[in-house]
Design a protein around this ligand. Structure first.
Ligand code: DC
Length: 225
């Protein structure tokens, strides 16, 4: 299945999840949001009161964590942490900082890798994250690297969170994005970077429709979709 897979990487707020969700619907693919896996681990670490930079303590917690991904009737990915649905809770801004911090740890990355690869082996997936084209599915038939100006990304993410009634401010979201951009791209374990064969799309000045059309064209050329 991997050759038919679509990998989308890029920083927070570049439009990955919105575009991946719509494209998955169009092509009958399964959309896998891999950031949700790191957020779920981050949430567990936070609940345990363990420091998000304490690699040894985080590593000791990993055997206690059982994560399941389920899809509801609308195709929405639900995250189950030790039997509890944490889909909404992992969207809290504090969970994104924990996610970014624990995602820099090699043991956390290998803990989550097999789950992601299994999905890509079993299904036609459109998977988004930071290292999908470089590490998780290096054989993906189409790799896209999405970017946008930090201010544009912060504005989008702020509107998204506001719509979900998450309490935050634009300034807080911008700080979060700048922190994670630096953290995610400077870590040594699978840093955020484009695969050498990824197609770059800057979504800053583009509408959703324009981006979807571009992806549709690429999916047609590369995967015959
Ligand atoms: O996509 P997101 O914003 O929900 O991801 C949350 C954090 O998880 C992000 O700051 C970095 C990390 N992450 C990662 O390291 N690798 C991935 N494939 C996906 C997310």
């Amino acid at each position: 299945m991997e050759a038919k897979s679509i990998a989308i990487d890029g920083p927070a707020g570049a439009g990955k999840s919105t575009l991946a969700r719509l494209a998955a619907k169009k092509y009958g693919y399964i959309y896998v949001d891999t950031g949700a896996l790191y957020r779920t681990v981050g949430l567990y670490v936070m609940r345990k009161g363990v420091g998000s930079k304490d690699t040894e303590a985080v590593q000791r917690l990993l055997p206690e964590i059982k994560i399941e991904m389920r899809y509801d009737d609308n195709g929405v990915q639900r995250m189950i942490l030790n039997g509890e649905d944490v889909t909404e809770e992992i969207r809290q801004p504090i969970a994104s900082i924990y996610a970014s911090d624990v995602s820099a740890m090699a043991p956390v990355r290998s803990f989550l890798l097999s789950m992601q690869r299994e999905m890509a082996e079993k299904y036609n997936v459109i998977m988004d994250g930071r290292d999908i084209g470089t590490v998780v599915i290096p054989d993906a038939g189409l790799k896209i690297f999405l970017t946008a100006d930090p201010a544009v990304r912060a504005r989008r993410r702020y509107e998204e969170l506001k719509a979900k009634n998450v309490e935050t401010t634009y300034e807080e979201v911008l700080r979060d994005i700048e922190y994670r951009d630096k953290n995610d791209s400077t870590r040594s374990a699978a840093p955020l970077r484009p695969a050498s064969d990824a197609v770059h799309i800057d979504t800053s000045g583009k509408s959703l429709e324009e981006c979807l059309e571009l992806i549709g064209k690429l999916a047609g050329e590369r995967l015959g979709l």
